[in-house]
Design a protein around this ligand. Structure first.
Ligand code: HSE
Length: 296
């Protein structure tokens, strides 16, 4: 049996719309077996226990690319990444399917080829890159190829995700974005995303809060996320170094210094008094990305 483990991801990180992303210590696991015929899917959402399953579709694309004739497939999904919450559950399914198919076909594709294919399926590289490579990554796609770089960030930060019980689909969150932005807003984001990367590398954590400001998506999407402003304010008051919408939302992320020991308890107390139900998740950065093997 082939086993693949893929981390959750948080894309954008404020101003890095469609290009920044980080891999988190929360994982989906996938188990694959080639069978005589047909498709069997166990685990995951029962609505997708059929040919419309994203893991299966990604496997099919991979087999087409490689030219591998698979007789039939059994897929078992252990999904710990909540769906439609901005934590890269789709990216995890895509990467899991591609990696599983590649293993089945005899490891024909290298990681970069798998990344190009994953980006083709997902449409943007900011979740699939950290899901495959791990860490915090910058990635862009040009001429059907992904160019990426892993950011070696300074030690000292931990990451919290505030995951609501309500969902927000990426398509809904992309539909509220404008078709055009002003030159001024473009310049605003270029400066902040550059500052953010430099501050993360140098450990200049005081700069992160301002560097996380954004005019490409958060100002539009914030309105779709109930209690976003309240949570942002509470995080800032508790010494958070940066607050941003995770991917397309609705999860909200906060970067906090490891020395801020009371943050978790205090923010949990505040969130428990809000109208919606929010789960607080503490994450480490995942530095490896997707892995395969017996010991996943
Ligand atoms: N960059 C994407 C977005 C991530 O913000 O729409 C969500 O898939």
């Amino acid at each position: 049996m082939i086993k693949v483990k893929v981390p959750a991801t948080s894309a954008n990180i404020g101003p890095g719309f469609d290009c920044l992303g980080m891999a988190l210590s929360l994982y989906n696991k996938f188990y694959f077996k080639e069978i005589e015929e047909g498709l069997i899917i166990e685990g995951g959402d029962p609505e997708f226990a059929n040919e419309s399953n994203l893991v299966y579709l990604s496997m099919k694309k991979t087999f087409e690319k490689i030219g591998y004739k698979c007789k039939g497939i059994k897929i078992k999904i252990e999904d710990n990444i909540p769906a439609s919450r901005g934590l890269g559950s789709s990216a995890a399914c895509i990467v899991g399917g591609i990696m599983g198919a590649n293993e089945m076909a005899g490891r024909v594709l290298g990681r970069d080829e798998m990344l190009n294919l994953a980006t083709e399926i997902e449409g943007h590289p900011d979740n699939v890159t950290p899901a495959l490579i791990g860490g915090i990554t910058v990635s862009i796609s040009e001429d059907s190829r992904v160019y990426y770089s892993k950011i070696n960030i300074a030690e000292g930060l931990k990451f919290y995700g505030f995951v609501p019980e309500f969902k927000l689909s990426t398509s809904e969150a992309r539909a509220v974005l404008p078709e055009r932005i002003s030159y001024e807003d473009g310049v605003f984001n270029v400066g902040r995303v550059s500052l953010l990367i430099s501050a993360l590398v140098n450990g200049e954590f005081e700069l992160i809060k301002t560097a996380c400001n954004d005019r490409l998506h958060q100002i539009y999407r914030g309105r779709l996320i109930a209690e976003f402003e309240e949570i942002k304010d509470a995080c800032n008051k508790l010494g958070s170094k940066g607050v941003f919408i995770s991917g397309a939302g609705p999860t909200i992320m906060s970067m906090v210094e490891k020395t801020n020991c009371s943050f978790y308890e205090k923010i949990q107390r505040i969130l428990s008094k809000l109208s919606n139900k929010w789960e607080v998740k503490e994450f480490e950065l995942d530095l490896k990305g997707a892995t395969t093997g017996e010991d996943i």
